[in-house]
Write a protein that binds this ligand. Structure first.
Ligand code: LLP
Length: 391
């Protein structure tokens, strides 16, 4: 881990600068993003590894441009993301397109732009891609998304690799799918795709994934089926509790798992689809206290940001560090930190200890760069959050 003391950048928030802006907004620390991209480059250099940024984590155009210019590929889940990625400068051949429900229009767009790979989730989808590729006079490069039945022990809404999930094709059905794909005239079967879940903080599920892949490769090689690409998806977690001590995830530990446990064949490429680990720590939701209110049992800090700006706490019970950036008081108090939206779930943190907080104080909700702005909505006809950048 790069700690705050060791790192060459200062991840203190520029409070005076932030205090001048209209709230709420996302503040992106581009030094943290650069350090993160640098660490990925350092750990993958010299290896046949291709990191494709999962755009769903944050599609802010400036963030996308920054990541595209660092040379990463992109992982997409909609036609809108394909267009945003192209606009930001990501190369079409370095794009993978995942999702269980790709529409005909989206598939046609992917074919027209000649994206690198469709990650296929079912036989009906495979048939449609083959048909549409034929009509367009193209060959679609595809990987089959395998459901490896590995429990990543993460939140039930963001685990994806178990047999009960809607994602991927079960191992026992694979051979028939491969045979059908190989027989299709407009399909070029290039790889195997996996994604076991998100916010994974121990390496054990990844070691299990490597072992599962080794076994599958051995089995299929014996039957004459080989692949150019192995795609292990994303999912590496971040430290939501210590955003300043761990602004950059431990990429060494993560990539070492694959270096040590995955038996990559000569000329095979290993693809990664990281989202949260790339953008999570560079983003902070900045908000102002509208009121402090006391009920019989509780004190509430009511912010001008709500679940429409950052839905993770309301949707998953996710915890983000909440900090009062401007309090000048000595004492500390227990507060529930809530938003203004007409839903009881519009709560950022319960029983949170903060310096005594007053109307007008500036509040930071940390580690909000991933699945924050990208999941914002206009519920209650609220405005979408704005964004500001460190430079
Ligand atoms: N690849 C596939 C096929 C995915 O479904 C996902 C995320 C990723 C890659 C990137 O995963 P990451 O590296 O960001 O963990 N909204 C939730 C997370 C949903 C993740 C969906 N799939 C949250 O706020 O925690």
């Amino acid at each position: 881990m790069i700690t705050r003391k060791e790192s060459t950048f200062n991840c203190q928030l520029p409070v005076d600068e932030l205090n001048r802006e209209a709230t709420p907004f996302y503040y992106y620390d581009m030094d943290v993003l650069h350090a993160t991209l640098g660490a990925i480059k350092q750990e993958t250099e010299g290896w046949p590894y291709v990191v494709q940024y999962a755009i769903k984590a944050n599609g802010n155009p400036l963030i996308l441009k920054e990541i595209a210019s660092s040379g990463l590929g992109s992982d997409l889940v909609s036609g809108g993301e394909i267009l945003a990625a192209l606009e930001a400068g990501f190369q079409a051949q370095e794009m993978s397109y995942s999702g269980v429900g790709k529409t005909d229009r989206e598939i046609k767009l992917g074919l027209e732009k000649e994206i690198g790979c469709f990650n296929v989730e079912s036989i009906p989808e495979l048939e449609v891609i083959n048909q549409l590729a034929g009509e367009a006079g193209k060959t679609a490069r595809i990987a089959i998304r395998v459901n490896p039945d590995i429990d990543a022990h993460t939140h039930k809404y963001i685990t994806t690799g178990t047999a009960d999930n809607k994602f991927g094709i079960p191992v026992e059905a694979l051979e028939s799918v491969f045979n059908q794909a190989i027989a299709m005239p407009n399909i070029d079967l290039r790889g195997l795709h996996f994604h076991i879940g998100s916010q994974i903080t121990t390496m054990r599920p990844y070691v299990m994934l490597c072992e599962r892949i080794n076994q599958l490769q051995d089995d299929y090689e014996a039957r004459g089926i080989g692949f150019d690409i192995i795609n292990v998806g994303g999912g590496l977690g971040i430290d939501y509790t210590h955003p300043d001590d761990c602004p950059v995830p431990d990429f060494k530990q993560y990539f070492d798992v694959f270096k040590q446990h995955l038996e990559l064949r000569p000329n095979q490429q290993l693809h990664f689809e990281l989202g949260r680990a790339i953008v999570g720590q560079c983003g902070t939701l900045i908000s102002r206290v509208t009121y402090v209110k006391e009920n019989r049992n509780k004190k509430f800090v009511i912010l001008d940001a709500g679940m429409t700006d950052l839905i993770r706490p309301a949707l998953y019970g996710a915890r983000h560090e909440v900090q009062n950036l401007t309090s000048v008081e000595d004492g500390r108090e227990h507060y529930d930190i809530v938003g203004p939206v007409c839903e009881s779930s519009d709560v950022f943190a319960s029983d949170c200890v903060l310096p005594v907080t007053r109307r007008g104080d500036l509040i930071a909700i940390r580690s909000a760069g991933a699945y924050g702005e990208s999941m914002a909505s206009r519920y209650n006809m609220r405005e979408l959050p704005r964004s500001h950048f460190s430079h």
